[in-house]
Ligand binder design. Structure first.
Ligand code: SOE
Length: 375
């Protein structure tokens, strides 16, 4: 694994839980952790039992005992590391968003397609697809329980930047992160809208803003310029005809990690909020009118996706568990010789939506079409 921050920790725990709670056909073993700062990487390595720290990611990729490279670095290094790993014949799991630009994302999708010809697999870390309630939502939509889809309402609300004195981090640099709330959390909303419906966003009309332009550097040495958006709001259309609305912000006071998505079709509706992640709300519009209404499904039964491996009904999962599901699914796909999802091509499609949002904003919110995927 390359990277040792928040995602480094989440993925380390995911790999460990995949091994301990599931019985994957390939047993993951933590081989080496990559990070330029040996001390900081060493701290994570100690906590999660990574046996080796490499300060040069190239040395890590070249190791004979490394078969999967997990890219958990900021977006500006995804393309370079992922492409080199794929070319070296290593399977790759890459954190979202796929890259900082459409051009990088295209190069990564191309490298993934080439590597696939040699049985080398790649997967993108839109981990929320593997929150059991959202996996279940996908299943219900695919079964036709919502009928013809008319609306998708997707918003990802956080509030950690509301305070203008909150310190500057790499997430506020366009060079390092690509964009702000848009790529960091709006990308999840777009991916889920596409994943749950099986359709693609075909155009957007958007407005974005940066509310605070300078923030104090954490070392006390002055301020850093915020060069990304703080919030993005956009309308979209899915290629199946449904209308969609999206919102991503780090300024929604009181909303800590509220990824909320609601789907309305002519046979029913679904609603989910990540702040209550064991719950999925389902309305069956075909039921007898006198008993209609949203049903609160507690998604903790062994029949629900991934749940059989965990705790008895009602005991619930949390943020970290989807990272184990992601690891297990990647290992199963490598073993079976199938393509894990989401693919780098899926990531490229999201990247095109993010770029269209920025383009639309620049053009005063005008409608910006997104080219249909090649396949
Ligand atoms: C930070 O805003 C962040 O950690 C995102 O980068 C993650 O993708 C999301 O899961 C939670 O919020």
């Amino acid at each position: 694994m390359v990277g040792y921050g928040f995602m480094g920790m989440a993925h380390s725990q995911g790999w460990r839980n995949a091994r301990s709670f599931f019985d994957p056909p390939l047993r993951p073993r933590l081989a080496a952790l990559g990070g330029r700062n040996r001390d900081a990487a060493g701290e994570l390595a100690d906590r999660f039992d990574w046996p080796v720290v490499e300060t040069d990611w190239r040395a890590l990729v070249a190791r004979d005992d490394v078969h999967v490279v997990d890219v958990c670095t900021p977006g500006d290094t995804h393309a370079e590391i992922a492409v080199a790993a794929l070319e070296a014949g290593k399977h790759v799991l890459c954190e979202k968003p796929l890259a900082n630009t459409v051009a990088e994302a295209e190069a990564m999708a191309e490298a993934a397609a080439k590597a696939r010809e040699h049985g080398v697999r790649s997967m993108l870390g839109f981990t929320y697809r593997r929150v059991p309630a959202l996996s279940l939502a996908r299943r219900l939509v695919a079964e036709g329980r919502l009928g013809r889809l008319r609306h998708v309402r997707a918003r990802y609300l956080q509030d950690w930047l509301t305070d203008p004195t909150a310190p500057y981090t790499w997430r506020m640099s366009r060079e390092r992160a690509g964009s702000g709330a848009l790529g960091d959390i709006g990308a999840h909303a777009v991916d889920l809208a596409q994943f749950l419906t099986g359709e693609f966003v075909s155009g957007v009309s958007a407005v974005t803003d940066t509310f605070v332009h300078e923030r104090p550097l954490p070392d006390g040495g002055g301020t850093g310029a915020v060069t990304v958006d703080d919030a993005a709001v956009f309308l979209g259309r899915l290629d199946g005809g449904a209308l969609a609305s999206f919102e991503a912000t780090r300024y929604a006071t009181g909303r800590k990690n509220a990824l909320r998505i609601e789907l309305n079709g002519d046979r029913g509706s679904l609603a989910f909020d990540l702040e209550e992640l064991n719950v999925l709300h389902f309305h069956d519009a075909t039921a007898d009118t006198v008993v209609q209404g949203f049903t609160r499904i507690l998604v903790t039964e062994p029949e629900h996706p991934y749940l059989e491996a965990w705790w008895p009904p009602g005991h619930g999962l949390g943020y970290e568990h989807a990272f184990a599901h992601q690891a297990v699914d990647l290992l199963s796909a490598i073993d079976a010789g199938t393509d894990p999802e989401p693919s780098f091509a899926d990531g490229l499609r999201v990247q095109r939506v993010l770029a269209a949002v920025e383009e639309s904003h620049e053009a005063g919110g005008s409608w910006t079409a997104i080219p249909a995927p090649a396949t």
